[in-house]
Design a protein around this ligand. Structure first.
Ligand code: 5CA
Length: 157
């Protein structure tokens, strides 16, 4: 299926002042493990852009590919009572992108964003660029600036 999602994302990033350089991997980068294998980096350097739904609406949890989100920690970080995983339609509605291609910023709507503190320890990290086969490199500083994320410990330990 043809998709203009990479172009949409690149244009939205440019509007935020960020010059992204997407790389396409035909073998696919649908999961963090796939992305790390294609790129040749550690899975912990992959940014999973996971959408949850809290009491006040959608939440984006920017999570290291090595981690699973602890939903209680995520709720506590946002001072909401409960969070649950979004379904596929909710992900698209909240971000404008499909599961597996959801980028960490440049969404169609504003949502609350929390960033896993474990992503901050790397010089370079990689995130989805709009589709399940496109990713781009960035620094943790750019991730935080562009997403306006709050940093927290949200990982299951
Ligand atoms: N391109 C990769 C690496 S950047 C990527 O987007 N990974 S991801 O982790 O951010 O997106 C995949 C995630 O979507 C999975 O970890 C899972 O949490 C979620 N997901 C997959 N299928 C479903 C589904 N049917 N409903 C809700 N969430 C899903």
């Amino acid at each position: 299926m043809a998709s203009d999602a990479v172009e949409r994302f690149t244009a939205r990033a440019a509007a935020l002042g960020i010059d992204v350089a997407p790389r396409r991997f035909p073998e696919g980068t649908r999961t963090a493990r796939d992305a790390a294998a294609a790129i040749g980096c550690d899975v912990a350097q992959i940014v999973k852009s996971l959408v949850f739904v809290g009491d006040d609406g959608p939440i984006l949890a920017l999570t290291s590919g090595a981690n699973r989100v602890d939903e209680r920690k995520l709720a506590a970080a946002l001072e909401v009572a409960t969070v649950r995983k979004a379904d596929a339609d909710e992900v698209r509605g909240a971000t404008g992108y499909a599961i597996g291609g959801t980028p960490p910023f440049g969404h169609t709507a504003t949502l609350a964003v929390v960033c896993d503190q474990d992503l901050l320890g790397f010089e370079e990290i990689w995130a989805a660029a709009g589709t399940p086969s496109d990713v781009f490199p960035l620094t943790p500083a750019t991730l935080l600036a562009a997403s306006e994320a709050a940093v927290a410990d949200i990982a299951q330990r």
